[in-house]
Design a binder for this molecule. Structure first.
Ligand code: HEM
Length: 455
């Protein structure tokens, strides 16, 4: 699209407002640096409408959809703990645990005769669900178990239904604006189910708070929100629903795309494997200390976000008239910053189409100045300004732990995925898997067979 029409494009569509798209680094920088107290992002119309129609449960459109002071109030009071490094690090042990379950899950997917793993997308989705619940609800709920319990099944169905409805609302005529059509009804049912399920998970936490006190070490995002005196019951419940539904699909999709890129870059896999073995003592689990020092691991995730970000563009409503690539853009225009397209531009990144994690490591750039990143702000997979994704810290920590664990156990070769729980590798992780699942997880190293990644 940009190749054909240039770096700035204006699109007009029936039943919708005009949208301006830009992939210019200068324009994107201008928007990122705009000194906005309450940055404006277009709300999700169908969700806002549903919540307006359901005043018994919702005070407003929620953090994702609100604007101005209403948004700021929710942002300050509900995301306080989610952006707190210590609270997020409290979850490392649980995420380690989840990573071990995930490796065991991959092992169960292997064809016993061929060693082939047919499809890892579904497992990644379940992992996304489980990890988001860990963040939002403060506990493991059981998405990675063989048999999903009825509550988890309902949670999964409600989330799928919500995303189907959002897709339909985004890509079909917006008839829901005029009457409750089938898309609106689907969304209403999904939101209702999610709300009721979230309440079921919240009740025990509320009771714990009432009956006793939560020790400092057990501070979770959920407990942090439930304890806030500046939020009423409706705010608390709806923000948990928002957090759970925001992370559910994004994390699973991100992990699938990250593994795909790593699969296509075997040298990176070898380096990841070497780094984890160099940094971790045999009996040491993955910890905050390891994550702080794992430079190559973090560089791989950053480079992944440059090449295949889950959110390829960030939307803003501009608060004053501005000039983008020489064009006058009026106040209140909707502008899409296509960070993903900009990240593929050779003028902005040396060998832009290549996976080169080294460009994010200072000592490597010193040795090879061509790699110097001129426009680091273009890699903004979680957005920017005060509206940046509050799940960023948790998601990055999750991806780092998962990539480290996967690199210890698997050789992923595009288009194959081979489980290689060999005798080498980080022994603390290996012994944790064996302790839980016995020697049965050990499988031979072997050449791969086609894996049905569906991208
Ligand atoms: C790979 C995972 C994720 C990606 C790529 C992602 C990406 C994004 C992006 C691009 C935005 C828009 C930011 C902006 O407009 O500047 C956003 C907003 C948001 N995300 Fe995430 N997200 C992820 C995971 C999560 C998780 C786990 C949560 C759960 C807490 C979450 C909750 C939210 C919320 C509540 C907002 C709205 C924030 C606001 O408007 O103030 N996200 N996310």
């Amino acid at each position: 699209m940009f190749k054909e029409y240039g770096q700035v494009i204006k699109e007009e569509a029936f039943f919708n407002y005009p949208v301006i798209s830009t992939c210019s680094a200068q324009d994107i920088e201008k928007l990122i640096k705009f000194p906005s107290k309450f940055p404006l992002r277009p709300p999700n119309g169908i969700v806002s409408k549903y919540r307006q129609n359901t005043p018994g449960r919702y005070n407003d459109g929620g953090l994702t959809n609100e604007q101005g002071k209403a948004w700021h109030r929710l942002r300050e009071s509900t995301t306080h703990d989610m952006v707190n490094t210590r609270v997020i690090q409290n979850l490392i042990a649980d995420v380690n645990d989840m990573a071990i379950d995930y490796i065991a899950g991959i092992n169960k997917l292997r064809d016993p005769d061929t060693g082939r793993v047919q499809d890892i997308i579904e497992l990644n989705r379940k992992l996304g669900f489980e990890s988001t619940c860990l963040l939002g609800l403060g506990c493991r709920v059981g998405f990675l178990e063989d048999e999903l319990n009825p509550r988890v099944k309902r949670l999964s169905q409600a989330t799928n239904c919500l995303f189907e409805a959002l897709n339909e609302a985004n890509y079909n005529l917006p008839l829901w604006r005029y009457f409750p059509n089938s898309t609106y009804k689907k969304l209403a049912k999904a939101e209702e189910d999610l709300y009721e399920l979230a309440c079921e998970y919240l009740e025990p936490a509320l009771q714990r708070i009432e009956e006793s006190y939560e020790p400092e070490a057990a501070q979770t995002v959920l407990i942090g929100i439930l304890k806030r005196s500046d939020l009423d019951d409706k705010d608390k419940k709806s923000s948990i629903v928002d957090f759970v539904s925001s992370g559910m699909n994004t994390i699973g999709n991100t992990l699938s795309l990250l593994l795909y890129l790593i699969a296509k870059n075997p040298d990176a896999q070898t380096k990841l494997y070497e780094e984890i073995n160099n940094l971790l003592e045999p009996d040491e689990p993955i910890s905050a200390k390891y994550l702080n020092s794992a430079r190559y691991l973090k560089a791989c995730v950053q480079e992944y976000f440059r090449i295949l970000p889950t959110a390829p563009q960030i939307a803003r409503i501009v608060e004053s008239e501005m000039v983008l690539s020489g064009y006058q853009v009026p106040e209140w225009s909707v502008v899409l910053c296509h960070t993903s397209a900009a990240c593929k531009n050779e003028n902005y990144f040396h060998q832009a189409d290549k996976f080169i994690p080294e460009r994010w490591i200072a000592s490597e750039v010193e040795a090879n100045p061509d790699l110097k990143v001129q426009y680091p702000f273009l890699v903004s997979p979680f957005g920017f300004q005060r509206r940046i994704c509050p799940g960023k810290k948790f998601t990055e920590q999750m991806l780092h732990i998962f990539l480290a664990t996967v690199s210890t156990f698997l050789v992923i070769i595009w288009p194959t995925l081979v489980n290689v729980l060999s005798n080498s590798g980080c022994s603390s992780i290996r012994s944790a898997v064996r302790e839980r699942f016995g020697a049965g997880v050990q499988v031979p190293v072997g050449p791969g067979w086609p894996t049905h990644y569906r991208f």
